[in-house]
Design a binder for this molecule. Sequence first.
Ligand code: E4P
Length: 213
Amino acid sequence: MKFFIDTANMEEIKQAYELGVLSGVTTNPSLVAKEKDVSFHDRLKDITALDFESVSAEVIATDAEGMIKEGRELAQIAPSITVKVPMTPEGLKAVNVFSKEGIKTNVTLVFSANQALLAARAGATYVSPFLGRLDDIGHDGLELISKIADIFAIHGLEAEIIAASIRHPQHVTEAALRGAHISTIPHKVLMQLFNHPLTDKGIEAFLKDWNNR
Ligand code: E4P
């Protein structure tokens, strides 16, 4: 399973990039809205200057025609730009056009296996089931990952599953076990993945022994 970072913050992206574990970035309008001092397009230029496989940029239009126009403009920024489109009938019309034009897409706000299947059939490059938001309403987000992974395997669908709306390290481990191709993770959770008290204790003991030799 690959790691993407779920943020539009350049400092967080650079820090995570330097760790050498990151394959891509996902943004959404709420994350971009937190970045006050820079335009969306300029931020995308900065992010795509790093060698990522995919940088998701979401369209704001709600009709297919508007999404296609916005998506084509975003795709001009860099080859890694992946047009993020909401899981609606209009969104999938746009995904179908983008797939024929060779523009990568990420279908977002996926909350059911049928939605994921529809998105894959429309030609999506990535589908993004939102684990945390399902858990928030008492559903099982991880169970959805298992179902989508099984359906894609049974039917030979090539769309990659991005486990999104990740809230804690256990989501990451379980998403990997259940067949997600990618987890997109907030910076805080990415850093939590490094932690183990026995690692800290071990380093402390090694240093103490070294200094007492
Ligand atoms: C993914 O592409 C989304 O931007 C993101 O994971 C949503 O997460 P949230 O539910 O924490 O807002």
